[in-house]
Design a protein around this ligand. Structure first.
Ligand SMILES: *[C@@H]1O[C@H](CO)[C@@H](O)[C@H](O)[C@H]1NC(C)=O
Ligand SMILES: *[C@@H]1O[C@H](CO)[C@@H](O)[C@H](O)[C@H]1NC(C)=O
Ligand SMILES: *[C@@H]1O[C@H](CO)[C@@H](O)[C@H](O)[C@H]1NC(C)=O
Ligand SMILES: *[C@@H]1O[C@H](CO)[C@@H](O)[C@H](O)[C@H]1NC(C)=O
Ligand SMILES: *[C@@H]1O[C@H](CO)[C@@H](O)[C@H](O)[C@H]1NC(C)=O
Ligand SMILES: *[C@@H]1O[C@H](CO)[C@@H](O)[C@H](O)[C@H]1NC(C)=O
Ligand SMILES: *[C@@H]1O[C@H](CO)[C@@H](O)[C@H](O)[C@H]1NC(C)=O
Ligand SMILES: *[C@@H]1O[C@H](CO)[C@@H](O)[C@H](O)[C@H]1NC(C)=O
Ligand SMILES: *[C@@H]1O[C@H](CO)[C@@H](O)[C@H](O)[C@H]1NC(C)=O
Length: 158
């Protein structure tokens, strides 16, 4: 091989690496769950406002990002690291240390609610609503994400 050919191959390798490696994140991101339609379930039709699995699949999540759930007290937000709890659509028998309940503390229906959840643990994070005895979750008010390290946790969340 001539020197020029080797240099060419090295250049190609660098270009291929650059093209296939995702650009590293440079800032923390707030993800509004469901974008404009928020986190809602229609109990008349048993349908979710959007496909939350598709929404989640279209994004990258890193430590220190926040999920913003724009919702009402008709839905809840459960965060769990436990696949069994997630698949069961219920917090019955879940552990205090791997499952967290965000319901805003409302005791009446239809109260507008914004629930803010920081992402503090790498790897699988599961989210669902446990309202209506699991019916909302069973009909798609649920999604999972894989949290990457990104910039790492900011001091404010450490
Ligand atoms: C993201 O949400 C957090 C928590 O509400 C807030 O402190 C922060 O300012 C927000 N960041 C941006 C870029 O909106
Ligand atoms: C639920 O769906 C029904 C039937 O499509 C519709 O009439 C109703 O307005 C919806 N409720 C809400 C809160 O969007
Ligand atoms: C919604 O689904 C549940 C089962 O998950 C069913 O019991 C209920 O009747 C359904 N409601 C409507 C309005 O279809
Ligand atoms: C939501 O989208 C996923 C693909 O991202 C698909 O597998 C799933 O069936 C969809 N769910 C509904 C209720 O349409
Ligand atoms: C919220 O839940 C209550 C009680 O189930 C129901 O009467 C009301 O229609 C629900 N609101 C919406 C917007 O679905
Ligand atoms: C699943 O949820 C049901 C209630 O819907 C509860 O009785 C059961 O113990 C739960 N199972 C596990 C493994 O969490
Ligand atoms: C997940 O939760 C179930 C109870 O719902 C518990 O039996 C199991 O040990 C938990 N799994 C892990 C990995 O902690
Ligand atoms: C939760 O606590 C149990 C025992 O108390 C332990 O086995 C498990 O690893 C803990 N899970 C997490 C996520 O810290
Ligand atoms: C989550 O992402 C990491 C890379 O950030 C990868 O190594 C791991 O396999 C992924 N886990 C799942 C369950 O997809």
């Amino acid at each position: 091989m001539t020197g020029a050919t080797i240099l060419h191959l090295i250049t190609m390798a660098v270009l291929v690496t650059a093209a296939t490696t995702q650009a590293p994140p440079t800032k923390y991101i707030n993800h509004t769950v469901g974008d404009n339609v928020g986190w809602f379930f229609n109990s008349t039709t048993n349908t979710t406002a959007t496909n939350y699995s598709s929404w989640a699949a279209s994004r990258t999540f890193n430590l220190g990002d926040y999920l913003i759930f724009k919702t009402s007290s008709n839905q809840t937000v459960i965060q769990t690291y436990n696949l069994t709890t997630f698949k069961n659509c219920s917090i019955d028998d879940s552990s205090y240390n791997d499952t967290f309940v965000y319901n805003g503390g409302n005791t009446v229906f239809n109260q507008a609610l914004t629930i803010i959840v920081p992402l503090t643990t790498q790897g699988p994070n599961y989210f669902f609503s446990d309202a209506s005895d699991g019916i909302q979750c069973q009909h798609g008010l649920a999604f999972d994400i894989n949290v990457s390290r990104g910039l790492g946790l900011p001091l404010s969340l450490n």
